[in-house]
Ligand binder design. Structure first.
Ligand code: DGY
Length: 420
């Protein structure tokens, strides 16, 4: 095993608490995060399948009765994180946030099962996991697409996982900041504020969160009245891929697929309608304010991960991906460098994120082997040179944000060891 693979493994094990893993060890994120845990489980699956299943099981322990899986589970209540469990004041069995995150856990579970020998006792556990994941995806359809149109909404930028991406600038600009907000950020004490969201972003995150809480996180009501309601192409691509992978898992475990197949077909048609033929871009849609969002973000290319059955469209997408960071030494910037909102250092407004590269790579590898290998090798090179950090400058590869970052380590392990 190479030296860096050993360090990657150590990074995960050091961040591991009892049956779940912190995103980093530097106090920035002292809890369990939904999509972080999915990537982390994939990393573990290469050397300890039980740790991988434990990670997923612990996350599912926090599932709400209606099926939602929160974006944060606060297993440890004595931290300085903001917003902590008292601020959210909700949860089922485990204190949690009141919003969710991209459900990539479904596709990652399938990937883990495809690549590992599973024992009979593990199979039993997995059947239960699959049932819970079915409930999770059905929750999205029921509450985030109440008219069953084929696309789901997010009700807070934090639900996307790409918190301060400029994709949200227009809808966030419409959110009136609540008067007399009183809160203290913990993040900028741990990481250089230049690399974190601005106070004006946090004021709005907190305003939206307070409104969700004031409405008791009631999902039916909040779909209509939330201060933020966006159909994001990247999020929907992950969701559609999750549905497709779930259908395969349901078949394998002999669980009724209900009407999910019908929804997948609808979703595939509707997501394609987010493509603007003339401009050759995918756009997201601000449902609340009825505005199209055309910010060039790497997350729009998650559409490749949805495995849309349309060769011509996929070809066009791949061509525009080839132009996205053309000739650059470091790929992919979270926002296209020539866009006016691009900022080299600020969190999701420019820096390279390893999970984005990984998702795009996964989406591309059955469509353009050569280009996908190029992305994989560039990503591995960056990690070989800089180690496992939260994000990196696309100008010079400089490491930023948190260090000892779990998903960067976990996805490095997968990129290096996964031969499929
Ligand atoms: C944070 O605290 O920055 C997280 O991204 C919110 O989920």
């Amino acid at each position: 095993m190479s030296k860096l693979l050993k360090i990657a493994k150590k990074t995960l094990l050091k961040n591991r608490r009892s049956n779940y893993t912190l995103p980093t060890n530097n106090k920035l994120y002292p809890a369990q995060w939904n999509w972080d845990s999915a990537f982390i489980a994939l990393g573990y699956s290469h050397f300890n399948i039980n740790f991988a299943l434990d990670e997923i099981n612990t996350l599912l322990k926090g599932q709400w009765k209606d099926g939602m899986i929160p974006h944060i589970l606060f297993h440890n209540k004595s931290t300085k994180y903001f917003p902590n469990h008292t601020v959210w004041n909700c949860g089922n069995k485990i204190a949690s946030s009141g919003i969710t995150q991209p459900p990539i856990i479904v596709s990652i579970l399938k990937q883990i099962l495809d690549n590992n020998q599973i024992s009979i006792s593990q199979e039993k556990k997995i059947r239960t996991i699959v049932k819970k994941l079915k409930k999770y995806l059905k929750w999205f359809i029921k509450f985030r697409d109440p008219k069953k149109k084929g696309l789901v909404s997010i009700l807070h930028p934090w639900e996307s996982g790409y918190d301060n991406s400029s994709i949200w600038d227009k809808p966030m600009g419409k959110v009136k900041i609540e008067k007399n907000l009183k809160y203290k950020r913990g993040d900028i004490k741990v990481v250089n504020p230049e690399q974190r969201p601005l106070d004006k972003d946090y004021d709005r995150y907190v305003t939206i969160k307070n409104h969700l809480k004031a409405n008791k996180y009631n999902p039916i009501k909040l779909y209509k009245i939330s201060k933020f309601n966006v159909i994001d192409v990247g999020f929907n691509a992950i969701f559609l891929r999750a549905l497709k992978d779930l259908l395969i898992l349901l078949k394998k475990y002999n669980i009724n697929p209900s009407d999910l197949m019908k929804y997948v077909k609808k979703s595939e048609i509707q997501i394609t309608k987010l493509y603007d033929n003339k401009k050759n871009i995918f756009y997201s849609y601000d449902v609340k304010n009825k505005i199209k969002i055309t910010v060039p973000s790497i997350t729009n290319f998650f559409i490749l991960y949805a495995d849309i059955n349309n060769r011509l469209l996929n070809k066009k997408i791949i061509n525009s991906l080839k132009n996205y960071n053309k000739g650059k030494k470091f790929i992919f910037s979270s926002i296209k460098e020539d866009h006016k909102s691009f900022e080299e250092k600020r969190y999701w407004r420019g820096p390279i994120w390893i999970n984005c590269n990984w998702i795009v790579y996964q989406g591309l590898k059955n469509k353009d082997k050569l280009f996908s290998n190029y992305i994989k090798n560039k990503t591995i090179d960056l990690l070989n040179k800089k180690g496992f950090h939260e994000y990196y400058s696309c100008k010079n590869g400089k490491a930023m944000g948190a260090n000892n970052f779990s998903w960067s380590a976990a996805l490095y392990i997968d990129l290096v060891l996964n031969k499929n």
